[in-house]
Design a binder for this molecule. Structure first.
Ligand code: AMP
Ligand code: DBH
Length: 542
C-alpha cells in the first residue's frame, strides 16, 4: 500500500511555518473548534435540512465511529461521489475524523473514471448517495465497481442502500476515533482535470489546504456572517476552497447547497437564505446574468460573485458586473495549488481584464519560454508555480511527476499567461492538449484512447474548438476503417463507454487521412494544432 504523501523540503516547510501560513491546524481540529464556538449557528443548509455546527459535528462523529467500526484505518482512502447535499459534509468530515482520506469523484464520473480512482488510490471504500440531482442511480455503478475492484471492501449509501451499507446506520464507539492527524499529512486526494491521459490524484495536506482557504477568506471577505452557496459540484476544488464551502465553514459562516447551478434552483435559495457569495464558471455566470434581468427573486444579498475555472473574456466580465450588481472577482486556480484572485477593491480594468494575482506573498511564479528561461514582463510564457499550497508531486505517478515538475520543485501548470505590473496574470491559453469545456478539463489523449477502442476507428485526434456558450467544445477527427462508420453511431457508442458525459465529443468529423509533412509523420500535438486551424478556417468561411 502506498500511503499518500506530500513532501516539501524542510527549508520550505520551515519558512511556511515561520511565515504563519502553516499553523498546525487540521480538518478534525477546526470542525471541533467551530462546533464549540458556534454550536447553535447554522452551518449547512440543503433540501429540508438545516444543521447547526453542533449537529454537523455530531453527525460527522457518528459517521466517523461507523467508519472505524467497519475497519477503515487512518491513512486509508475512500472514494466519495456525492452531489450537493448536506450529507456531503457529514461523510467527508466523518472520514477526516476517522483519519481516512476522501478521494473526490465528481457526480458526472462513471465506472471508467471511478474504477481508475479506486485502483490508483487503492481505496477500501466508496460513499455515494442513492441518486443524484439528475436522477442518476449510483447503486448499479457501485455494483459494477465492486465487481471490478478487488480491494474495495465497503460501499456506503446515503438513502436506500439495497445490499450496501446505509450511511444512516453507521454507528460505533466515539472513543474509538483516532487522535487528530499530523497537520503536514495528506488530508484527501483531489482529482486533476487530466491533461495527458487519465486524471491524476492530487494529495493535499491539512496545513497547506487550510492555509489556502483561510487566506482566500481574507481576500474574498468571508467571515462568520457570510453565506456561501455551493452551486458548482461540491467536490470540485473551486467551490470547495476558493474560498468555497470549506472557507465558509472555517470562518464559522453558513453553507447553502444548491442541487444544481441553474438559476431556477439557485435564485430562490439566494433569496431565501440571504446568500452573500458564490462561485461560477463563465458560461453559468453569463446565464445567471441573463436570468437576473428577468427574475422575481430578490438577489440583493449577493455581494461577491467569483468567476473562474475557464477564461472569462472582458466583454463577458462587463456584462456580468452590469447585470448582477455585485462585486465580480475573477479566480484562476487549480486543484494542484496556486490560486489567483482579483482583489475586491481593484480598479474595474483589473477586475475585467485580468485573472488576478496569487494568494500568497510566498507563491513563486515563473513565466518561461520553451527553453525554460524567464520571458520579459508582459510577454506570454508557460506558467510555473511553487509555494505553500502548491503540490510537489502527484500521488503514485512517477511518469507524470517527471513531466509535471521541474527539478527544483515548480509545478508546470500547462497554462500560457502573461504577467502585468503588480503581479496580475492574464491567461492566454494552454500549452497542453486539453479541452476546457465550461470549466471541465478533458484530456484529448484520454478521449482518443476511447475512440481507438472502436473496431472501426483507424485513428483519432481530439481538439478544442471555440464555443460561444461553453468557451470551448470538443471535436474528434476520426479516420474510419472496415465497415461503414457514422458519426452519430460513434457518439452513441462513446456514451456507452461508462465515462462522464462531458467527455463525449461534441462533434465528430470523419476524414480519409491526417496530413503528414514532407518529412513524414508529425507529432500528435502538431496534428491537433493543424486540425484545429483547419476547423477554424472552415468556420470563418461559413
Ligand atoms: P485543474 O488542474 O483540473 O484543477 O484545472 C485547473 C486549470 O483550469 C488551470 O490550470 C487553467 O488551465 C484552468 N483555469 C482555471 N481558472 C481559470 C481562469 N480563471 N481562466 C482561465 N483558465 C482557468
Ligand atoms: O479550475 C479550477 O480547478 C479552479 C478554478 C478556480 C480551482 O481549482 C480553483 C479556483 O481553486
Amino acid at each position: 500500500m502506498t500511503i499518500p504523501q506530500q513532501i516539501w523540503p524542510e527549508e520550505f516547510a520551515a519558512r511556511y511555518r515561520a511565515a504563519g501560513h502553516w499553523r498546525g491546524e487540521t480538518f478534525p481540529g477546526f470542525l471541533r473548534q467551530r462546533a464549540a464556538e458556534r454550536a447553535e449557528a447554522i452551518a449547512v443548509v440543503g433540501g429540508e435540512q438545516r444543521w447547526t455546527y453542533a449537529e454537523l459535528h455530531a453527525r460527522a462523529q457518528q459517521a466517523a465511529a461507523g467508519f472505524v467500526a467497519l475497519g477503515i484505518k487512518p491513512g486509508e482512502r475512500v472514494v466519495v461521489q456525492i452531489g450537493n447535499i448536506p450529507e456531503f459534509f457529514s461523510a467527508v468530515f466523518g472520514l477526516f475524523l476517522a483519519g481516512a482520506l476522501p478521494v473526490y469523484a465528481l457526480p458526472a464520473h462513471r465506472l471508467t473514471e471511478v474504477a481508475h480512482f479506486v485502483a490508483k488510490s487503492e481505496a477500501v471504500g466508496y460513499v455515494i448517495a442513492e441518486s443524484g440531482a439528475d436522477g442518476f442511480d449510483y447503486r448499479p455503478l457501485a455494483r459494477e465497481l465492486k465487481a471490478a475492484s478487488p480491494g474495495l471492501k465497503h460501499v456506503v449509501v446515503i438513502g436506500e442502500a439495497e445490499e450496501f451499507i446505509p450511511f444512516a446506520s453507521l454507528r460505533g464507539d466515539p472513543a474509538s476515533l483516532p487522535p487528530d492527524p499530523d497537520p503536514q499529512s495528506v488530508a484527501f486526494l483531489q482529482i486533476s482535470g487530466g491533461t495527458t491521459g487519465l486524471s491524476k490524484l492530487i494529495p493535499r495536506t491539512h496545513d497547506d489546504y487550510i492555509y489556502s482557504f483561510r487566506a482566500s477568506n481574507e481576500i474574498c471577505g468571508v467571515t462568520q456572517d457570510s453565506v456561501w452557496l455551493t452551486a458548482l459540484p461540491a467536490a470540485h476544488n473551486f467551490p470547495m476552497s476558493s474560498p468555497g464551502h470549506m472557507g465558509a465553514l472555517y470562518a464559522g459562516g453558513r453553507v447553502v447547497m444548491s442541487p444544481t447551478p441553474s438559476p431556477e434552483t439557485a435564485f430562490p435559495l439566494i433569496a431565501r437564505e440571504g446568500v452573500t457569495i458564490t462561485g461560477l464558471v463563465p458560461p453559468l455566470a453569463l446565464l445567471w446574468a441573463q436570468a437576473a434581468a428577468k427574475t422575481a427573486h430578490d438577489l440583493s444579498s449577493l455581494e461577491v460573485l467569483l468567476v473562474g475555472g475557464a477564461k472569462l473574456t472582458p466583454e463577458a466580465a462587463r456584462r456580468i458586473r452590469a447585470s448582477l450588481g455585485c462585486t465580480l472577482q475573477q479566480v484562476f486556480g487549480m486543484a494542484e495549488g496556486l490560486v489567483n484572485y482579483t482583489r475586491l477593491n481593484d480598479p474595474e480594468e483589473i477586475i475585467v481584464e485580468t485573472q488576478g494575482r496569487p494568494i500568497s506573498p510566498d507563491d513563486e511564479v515563473l513565466i518561461v519560454n520553451d527553453l525554460g528561461e524567464p520571458v520579459p514582463e508582459g510577454e506570454p510564457g508557460y506558467l510555473l508555480a511553487r509555494g505553500p499550497y502548491t503540490i510537489r508531486a502527484y500521488h503514485n505517478d512517477e511518469a507524470a511527476n517527471a513531466r509535471a515538475f521541474t527539478p527544483d520543485g515548480f509545478y508546470r501548470t500547462g497554462d500560457v499567461v502573461k504577467r502585468l505590473p503588480g503581479g496580475y496574470l492574464v491567461v492566454q491559453g494552454r500549452a497542453g492538449d486539453h479541452i476546457n469545456r465550461a470549466g471541465e478539463k478533458i484530456s484529448a489523449e484520454e478521449i482518443e484512447d476511447h475512440l481507438l477502442a472502436h473496431p472501426n476507428v483507424f485513428d483519432a485526434a481530439v481538439v478544442s474548438v471555440p464555443d460561444d456558450f461553453l468557451g470551448e467544445r470538443s471535436c474528434a477527427f476520426v479516420i474510419p476503417q472496415g465497415e461503414k462508420l457514422r458519426a452519430a453511431a460513434l457518439r452513441a457508442w462513446m456514451r456507452g463507454r461508462a465515462i462522464a458525459d462531458f467527455k463525449v465529443p461534441d462533434q465528430i468529423v470523419l476524414v480519409d487521412a491526417f496530413e503528414t509533412t514532407a518529412a513524414g509523420k508529425i507529432s500528435r500535438r502538431e496534428l491537433r494544432a493543424r486540425l484545429r486551424a483547419r476547423l477554424l478556417a472552415e468556420a470563418a468561411q461559413d
